[in-house]
Ligand binder design. Structure first.
Ligand code: AMP
Length: 312
């Protein structure tokens, strides 16, 4: 492994323009995408390299926002005359459930990830939500198997790209999915049974995201079960991207530590995931992550740790 990339974190995923409707507000041109949120959240913890594709309609200011978070955007391709991936969703009154109203693949349809040479020895890789066939291509393009590989997916791919998804699963260390996806993938109702079944598919570690109820970690050892709450917030404005920001905080901490999947690293990474997700949902898009001071992040992390601590 090359020293220069041992704490780097490569993410491949969607870079999008969303149209978000919540019971209280609406934003039509909201910059989103799994890789965007991941990078904005993880950028403060580890140097991130981003692979994705956008069209000419993607706002230049959003690229500048990523760069301001220290994200290397050499792997973000712009298609001349193309349109960015677009997704439209509406949240229910509970702000947890949502319906997808529209998905336009646009430049994603013919996307084939191209990795700059400088990304190919990166030690930490996160395959954010995107077609499993593209996730496989990225794994194949790496010069060597990264030390830690994480993966996110969604119900759509469990349904329509199951075969490719099972192939990727065999090659990853950590899978992050939500409760419903864990049940769908495993066919089990109990989360403990689902975790056993999913870990037998490849990933030694499974993280089940539970929205406002936090997240659970299973593995790599059977006794390694850990649960974190979500940070209680006075107001949730837009939950879009919370899962990706959780992943960014989680993987960012693991990359920063650079010492693998120890129980202590995984547990602390869960806390960082929850803290970064909490900033995300306080505003539309990644508004609350833009320009976020290190001191504000550190102070919320401390508050979160105190919230979970037993008196000594
Ligand atoms: P999350 O709220 O963490 O599930 O992530 C929301 C982001 O996922 C939005 O910004 C969307 O642009 C993106 N997204 C929605 N559908 C897809 C899809 N089929 N493939 C990749 N990204 C998607």
């Amino acid at each position: 492994m090359s020293n220069s990339t041992s704490n780097h974190l490569l993410v491949v995923g969607s870079v999008a323009i969303d149209w978000i409707i919540t019971p209280e507000a609406e934003r039509e041109e909201s910059v989103g995408g799994s890789a965007t949120y991941f990078a904005m959240a993880g950028g403060g913890l580890a140097p991130i390299q981003l692979v994705g594709v956008v069209g000419e309609d993607f706002p230049r200011e959003a690229v500048a926002d990523l760069e301001a978070r220290g994200v290397d955007v050499d792997g973000l391709e712009t298609i001349d005359g193309g349109l960015t991936f677009r997704w439209k969703g509406r949240y229910h009154e509970n702000m947890n459930d949502r319906d997808t109203l529209e998905t336009h693949l646009n430049c994603f349809e013919h996307f084939s990830p191209k990795l700059p040479e400088t990304y190919k020895n990166t030690a930490h890789l996160f395959l954010a939500n995107i077609q499993p066939s593209l996730q496989l291509q990225v794994l194949d393009a790496m010069a060597e198997r990264p030390a830690v590989v994480g993966l996110d997916t969604m119900n759509l791919w469990i349904d329509i790209a199951n075969e490719d998804l099972l192939k990727v699963l065999k090659q990853v260390d950590i899978l992050m999915i939500n409760e419903e996806e864990a049940r769908q993938l495993s066919g089990e109702d109990s989360l403990l049974a689902a975790a056993k079944s999913v870990r037998a598919m490849g990933p030694s570690t499974l993280i089940i995201k539970r929205g406002e109820y936090g997240a659970m970690l299973f593995g790599p050892k059977d006794e390694d079960i850990f649960s974190v709450p979500a940070m209680p917030l006075a107001k949730v404005v837009d939950p879009t991207g919370a899962g990706d920001c959780f992943a960014g905080g989680f993987m960012g901490y693991l990359a920063k530590q650079g010492t693998g999947l120890t129980s202590a690293n995984l547990r602390t990474a869960m806390m960082w995931g929850s803290v970064m997700a909490s900033f995300c949902v306080e505003g539309f898009s990644y508004d609350q992550l833009r320009g976020l001071e290190e001191s504000a992040i550190a102070s919320r992390f401390e508050q979160f740790v105190r919230m979970c601590e037993l008196p000594r």
